[in-house]
Design a protein around this ligand. Structure first.
Ligand code: ATP
Ligand code: MG
Length: 500
């Protein structure tokens, strides 16, 4: 192993219940470099990472780290060597504070015995400041948004002495300024000689921040190349094994002037975070809802879905005012909601994929008090085919699927009760570029059939590519609505931040 290498992987293989997930993968990471790791959903990226950081053990192959062969790596021994991971699915204790999470397992103590709360609070505040975040060290994690949870995971990783930082999709729900900030920190770490492995489906980001790119396809290593030699398009072709065509469907025509909106929000106000938010969503429309983290987008969606209480304002469905106090009432009004955080409110990890798909729509599959399993399974098989969910069958617990494939399952779940109004919150979080195209054309098809779609997304490319009209939130209210040629990055960010 040459002196400039930190990590070298040779011939690594791993199977789960007889199915080969990694097949003799080799990869090397230079000291003080950023390596992008890309591949379709289920290609084996997270599994490769879990072999390096001791979460799972490979069946064959060799891992050399700083000149030493790693054997029987455990999470603890990897951490001691300075291998720190930001996992794809967050690993935070929801009932504990930000500070407690950041120091969990390696608390600072006075005289080795008593917890030194003030030192931990101070250090947490410093870390959060470095990340330019306004999260309070004493906030309980359960009260944070998903983007804020991601920041806490990053802060926790930065708090460990680190030689190799592995980031498994750290930017999936971050906004452009938050991503910029993350890149700034990554570059500073690289300057300090730390190596980074960066997994992402946002190929433009990989292009921006990585020195080299390694590609996995179906558990096989395809190639490793300097980023400078590749465009984002080249990366997509290497991942998929062929050229990809345009991924966005044609935008639907503007709705007829006289039609009443399928969903109208009129001055909706919540106790906190949302004030006098108004917007109209028509049948057949794909309306974007953009804004920075904390601007109230998710809170507004949650109010429409009956998870949060409104203090004033009206919600109208097809021109009639509705009172929604629970998700069940929202579903009865024809509203579906795909939550941004599938881990805490989207799906049940230990349930088979098929059960997750019918979670909301179970009544459809019942005859008296029996669940018609055949019908339920057939529906799941249809989603597996349609979204190309990578799994053996609908009987697989959804927790065993790769991150992106879990997200596809969450979409199937919210669609299965045939809603009229669909609110998607970060729909393509963690989904690879090819499957993203499938989901976009699916949304396009739903709109053509008359469904009213609201797309909340931090991914501006997605909002701009999919929506003819975009509402932008700032400080809890709708700061402006952009249409047609005004739907561009500059005008969206202007409304979102209030600065030119
Ligand atoms: N604990 C497990 N039990 C069984 N199969 C598993 C388990 N973990 C992963 N797999 C399978 O291994 C394959 C690779 O999964 P992995 O999570 O490594 O993919 P990935 O490249 O990270 O995808 P994504 O982009 O969706 O996160 C998938 O087909 C997945 O179903
Ligand atoms: Mg993964």
């Amino acid at each position: 192993m040459s002196a400039e290498m930190l990590l070298e992987i040779r011939g690594l293989s791993k199977s789960y219940s007889g199915v080969r997930v990694l097949n003799s993968v080799s990869l090397s990471v230079r000291k003080g470099s950023v390596t992008g790791l890309i591949g379709e959903n289920g290609a084996g990226k997270s599994t490769l990472i879990k072999c390096i950081n001791g979460v799972t053990r490979p069946d064959a192959g060799e891992i050399l780290f700083a000149g030493e062969t790693l054997r029987r790596t455990t999470i603890e021994s990897a951490l001691r060597r300075g291998i720190v991971t930001i996992p794809q699915e967050f690993n935070l204790a929801n009932e504990m504070t930000v500070r407690e999470n950041i120091f969990l397992g390696h608390e600072l103590k006075h005289g080795g015995v008593f917890l030194n709360h003030s030192a931990m609070r101070k250090r947490t505040a410093e870390l959060l400041e470095r990340l330019e975040s306004r999260i309070s060290p004493d906030a309980e994690v359960s009260t944070l948004s998903i983007a804020e949870k991601q920041i806490v995971e990053i802060a926790r990783a930065l708090n460990r002495a680190c030689r190799l930082l592995i980031m498994d999709e750290p930017s999936t729900v971050l906004n452009p300024p938050e991503v910029e900030n993350l890149f700034r920190i990554m570059r500073a770490m690289r300057g300090d000689g730390i190596s980074i492995i960066y997994v992402s489906h946002k190929l433009n980001e990989v292009k921006t921040v990585c020195d080299t790119v390694a590609v996995l396809r179906d558990g096989e290593f395809v190639c490793e190349k300097p980023t400078a030699e590749l465009t984002a398009r080249d990366m997509a072709s290497l991942m998929v094994g062929r050229e990809l065509s345009r991924i966005f469907p044609p935008k639907p025509a503007p709705p007829a002037e006289d039609a009443p909106p399928a969903l109208e929000l009129d001055g909706v106000t919540l106790e906190k975070l949302v004030h006098h938010a108004s917007l109209k969503l028509h049948r057949g429309e794909i309306l974007g809802l953009a804004g920075l983290g904390g601007s109230g987008r998710t809170e507004l969606a949650e109010a429409v879905y009956g998870i949060r209480k409104t203090v004033s304002g009206r919600i109208l469905v097809n021109g009639r005012e509705v009172r929604i106090h629970s998700p069940a009432q929202a579903v009865a009004s024809g509203i579906a909601y795909l939550t941004e955080d599938r881990q805490s409110s989207g799906i049940i990890q230990t349930f088979p994929l098929a059960w997750n798909c019918s979670l909301i729509s179970l009544r459809k599959y019942c005859l008296a008090s029996f669940i018609r399993k055949k019908k339920e399974n057939a529906a799941a098989e249809e989603y597996i085919r349609r979204f190309r969910i990578k799994t053996n069958s609908g009987a697989t617990p959804i927790g065993e699927l790769s991150g992106g494939n879990q997200q596809k399952g969450a979409i199937a779940k919210s669609l299965d009760h045939s809603p009229e109004i669909f609110i998607f919150d970060e729909p393509t979080r963690g989904i690879d570029i090819k499957s993203r195209g499938d989901i976009y054309s699916f949304i396009g098809e739903l709109a053509r059939r008359g469904m009213a779609c609201l797309i909340i997304s931090s991914d501006l490319e997605e909002v701009i590519g999919l929506c003819r009209k975009v509402a932008v939130m700032r400080g809890g209210t709708v700061a402006g609505i952009l249409e047609d040629e005004h739907v561009n990055e500059k005008e969206i960010m202007y409304l979102a931040t209030g600065v030119k």
